[in-house]
Design a protein around this ligand. Structure first.
Ligand code: KG4
Ligand code: ZN
Length: 330
């Protein structure tokens, strides 16, 4: 049995959670700074760090209280080491180190992207070999997993991440930050009647590119002027993003012989992507897991879920653990 306290502060959510055996969520507290950053049209790193400092102890206390767990019952403290904003990461790491030291617990350093993937373990049994599509505000990655903790990068974005493309396009349309959820809602009300490009790249490539799509939206906006139908544009943009994500995932799953496909990251909350993926992967007869939206976006339960694996393997972090803003998966 393990009881892991997870801490996540890589971007604009201050989060703490208690998870049992890497599977059962006892508490999952998230304090979002979204409203604060909205005024700036995006996350301001210095502002994010300051709010993490203000919120972290409250969030930690609440996570333990809601789980009904006393620190003496905990097995370890897991914290996001990277990737993310360095100042933001350091707040979580400092808190994790202090708690691990004073409670005499092992410290676990978790890769944020691995955390996103292991959000799936909170809702289903992982079946290997599997393919994970991780789509967030900073990353778009197709990851092959032969077994637990083994990550092979098959492809990634060459420019903007999927979530970044959503946010930038929304911003160019004068919509508030973060644009992803808003574009998703608008897309449900429109028809994909505008023709936008799909970046397939070279034959057989599992890389992605979304910057051309961003430019095409600008050109369309200029061409259509007053006649532009925002909901139809959102639906067309979503169709272009989703088609490439789904098709490349399906092809990779087939080529590599995946038993299961997992979706992860903030953009996995997207309704268009969820339903298209269900249809396409379902028709291949493969198992598909998509966490509920609140486990797709940043949270600490996913950090504790991956922390459980590190704990069972005895892969503890040293007390001088430092943040790694550009930490990669493989
Ligand atoms: O994983 P996440 O919470 O944070 C990062 O690690 O980046 O992902 C945040 C990203 C943002 O770009 C946000 O706009 C996007 O996920 N997002 C969505 C939706 N919900 C969140 N994008 C499209 N449709 C959504 N429903
Ligand atoms: Zn994330």
């Amino acid at each position: 049995m393990s009881l892991i306290l997870g801490i996540e502060t890589s971007c604009d959510e201050t989060a703490a959670a208690v998870v049992q055996d890497g599977k059962k969520v006892l508490s999952n507290i998230i304090s979002s700074q979204m409203e604060i950053h909205r005024a700036f049209g995006g996350v301001v790193p210095e502002v994010a760090s300051r709010h993490h400092v203000q919120n972290i102890t409250v969030v930690l206390e609440q996570a333990l209280r809601e789980a009904g767990v006393h620190p003496s019952q905990l097995s370890a403290v897991a914290v996001t080491q990277g990737p993310g904003l360095v100042g933001a990461l350091l707040v979580g790491i400092a808190a994790a180190k202090a708690l691990a030291f004073s409670w005499g617990l092992p410290l676990l350093a978790v890769n944020h992207m691995a955390g996103h993937i292991y959000a799936n373990q909170l809702v289903a049994e992982m079946e290997f070999p599997l393919l994970a599509l991780v789509v967030s505000g900073g990353h778009t990655e197709l990851v092959w997993m032969p077994g637990h903790g083994e990550f092979v990068l098959l492809g990634q974005t060459r420019d903007d991440a999927a979530g970044e493309a959503y946010d930038k396009v929304a911003r160019s349309l004068d919509l508030p930050y973060p644009g992803g959820p808003l574009m998703d809602r608008l897309a449900q009300q429109g028809q994909p009647r505008y023709d936008l490009p799909r970046a397939w790249l070279e034959e057989g490539s599992y890389d992605f590119s979304f910057s051309g799509l961003k430019t095409a939206v600008q050109q369309l906006r200029q061409k259509e002027g007053e006649n532009l139908k925002l909901a139809d544009l959102a639906a067309s943009f979503q169709a272009a993003v989703v088609e490439v994500l789904v098709e490349k995932t399906a092809r990779a799953a087939e080529e590599y012989g995946a038993r299961q496909v997992l979706l992860a990251g903030g953009v996995a909350a997207n309704r268009g992507l969820r339903s298209a993926m269900q249809e396409r992967i379902g028709s291949m007869g493969l198992s598909l897991v998509i966490p509920p939206p609140h486990l797709c976006t940043d949270n600490a339960a996913m950090i504790a879920a991956y922390g459980h694996l590190l704990y069972t393997r005895g892969q503890f972090a040293a007390p001088d653990l430092n943040a790694v803003p550009g930490l990669s998966l493989s």
